[in-house]
Design a protein around this ligand. Structure first.
Ligand SMILES: Cc1ncc(COP(=O)(O)O)c(C=O)c1O
Length: 460
């Protein structure tokens, strides 16, 4: 098994539900009775293999074993490096030691492959022949296309229109691995046609792309919807990142004061951060996690903690989560992977208890931080990851010079090699405004409040 910086790939995923059982069960698995957008209860056939359902719900064991076949595949690109950002520290002149974990060294260019491989493995074992999904910026779609290729599954991807037009190379990558790719909203589904009426320019959102994928999955035999983030099993697969990073920091004699990551639906943030919460308890240390989101899609800092659905069509189970409403279409920022209206139910419950910190960053600030990181460290981060860098810079700059140095770990969730136009726009000061449309945002939040009143009334 491959080793990086003297450590091997963890043989187990870290079951954070064991550490925080009080936040388990916020995530209603598909396959149980669902309460639809109105008041009607419908039953659907089980959608996920039992292994994934168990991983999303079990609170009884501290770890889940990783199957041997997956360990072999993870060793194609794991352990991923953890490095100290010395040039960045020098440039900032801040009183901080800054480390970064880098997840961009695989074909998908991001952390997404950690869960894509696991899901394709379990679905293939369960006799499924095709996986369908929605993807924002295309990293998840690319990861799933590759994983499906390895396990002999067909793959269909609905990619958010605004992102696909920004990054047509993503389509080429997915097609390279045999996936069928639709620009969402598309004409291929009822959900897509309905969404196009409200969104004639086909900007799209992950909620719409997900709705389209679910429609296709429900219409086919041996076809299933694969989820890119948010569900507990996906966060679990991503704990490889934090599991490795705990060991790597330990080998350097370090433990972070802060772990910083960007937040889409939460698997990246949870994946790097949650193992550190366990490690801190075991080592009697303290650590604070910081989630960084785009100001264009500020669900953690301006959203409601309320019941909501994950997709535009209302097919998914209802979760209590931080949300801007599934109708909210965020401005088409380049960090397409952070444009999702909601968040993981588990992480939302934790945030409601102030279990971590959150901040929102405008697009220009994030991309400028990404450029600074590239100049200093020689790695171009994905626009999503650039948000984490902006968060880490903020922490480092605010830390007083006469205190003991802060130790900050940030996760660079992906590379930005398909995002050069984002950085060009940033450098030439031609980025489009990214502030949320306040009227649309308050309308969407109003809709969430009404939905909650209706649901609470209907189920009491
Ligand atoms: C590079 C990158 N970072 C972060 C994210 C957000 O991920 P998550 O939903 O796991 O929080 C994405 C999502 O597509 C991404 O592509």
């Amino acid at each position: 098994m491959s080793k990086t910086q003297g450590i091997s790939i963890p043989k187990q995923w870290c079951n954070f539900l064991y550490d925080f059982p009080q936040y388990a069960g916020q995530d209603v698995p598909r396959g149980v009775a669902l309460l639809t957008q109105g008041t009607r209860r419908v039953s659907v056939v089980p959608q996920q293999p039992l292994s994934l359902v168990t991983q999303s719900n079990s609170i009884s064991e501290p770890y889940h074993e990783i199957p041997e076949r997956l360990l072999e595949l993870y060793s194609q690109y794991r352990p991923t490096p953890l490095r100290r950002a010395r040039e960045l520290e020098r440039r900032l002149g801040a009183n901080a030691r800054i480390y970064y974990k880098y997840e961009g060294l695989n074909v998908s260019g991001s952390h997404k492959l950690n869960s894509a491989l696991a899901q394709a493995y379990y679905y293939a074992k369960a006799g499924i022949q095709e996986l369908v999904t929605g993807t924002g910026a295309g990293q998840w779609g690319t990861a799933l296309a590759y994983a499906c290729k390895l396990f002999g599954l067909r793959c269909t991807v609905f990619m958010v229109g605004a992102s696909l037009r920004q990054k047509p190379q993503r389509r080429a990558m997915m097609e390279l691995f045999g996936a069928t790719v639709h620009e969402s909203p598309s004409d291929a589904t009822e959900v897509g046609r309905k969404a196009t009426q409200k969104d004639p320019e086909r900007v799209g959102s992950l909620a719409i792309a997900t709705g389209e994928a679910l429609e296709v999955a429900h219409g086919g035999k041996r076809v299933r919807f694969a989820v890119g983030s948010g569900e507990n099993c996906v966060l679990l697969h991503q704990t490889l990142i934090g599991g490795e990073a705990v060991e790597q920091m330990g080998a350097l004699g370090e433990f972070p004061d802060h772990v910083v990551a960007c937040m889409g639906a939460g698997s990246n943030f949870g994946g790097v951060g949650l193992p550190f919460l366990r490690a801190a308890r075991e080592r009697e240390r303290s650590v604070r996690l910081l989630a960084v989101e785009p100001a264009a899609c500020p669900k953690l800092t301006r959203g409601l903690y309320a019941l909501d659905i994950n997709d535009f069509s209302g097919t998914t189970p209802i979760n209590r989560m931080y949300t801007l409403g599934s109708n909210y279409i965020a401005p088409p920022i380049f960090a397409g992977g952070l444009r999702y209206h909601g968040t993981s139910a588990f992480l939302s419950a934790m945030l409601a208890d102030k279990g971590f910190d959150a901040m929102a960053v405008p697009q220009r600030e994030a991309l400028s931080a990404g450029l600074l990181f590239a100049e200093c460290e020689g790695l171009l981060p994905a626009p999503e990851s650039a948000h984490a860098i902006a968060g880490a810079l903020d922490l480092a700059r605010k830390h007083p010079g006469d205190a003991p140095p802060k130790v900050i770990l940030l996760n660079i969730s992906g590379h930005g090699l398909f995002d050069l136009s984002a950085y060009e726009h940033c450098r030439s000061d031609t980025l489009a405004p990214d502030a949320p449309n306040e009227a649309l945002l308050s309308e969407s939040l109003r809709h969430v409040r009404e939905f909650n009143t209706r649901i609470t009334g209907a189920s009491s």
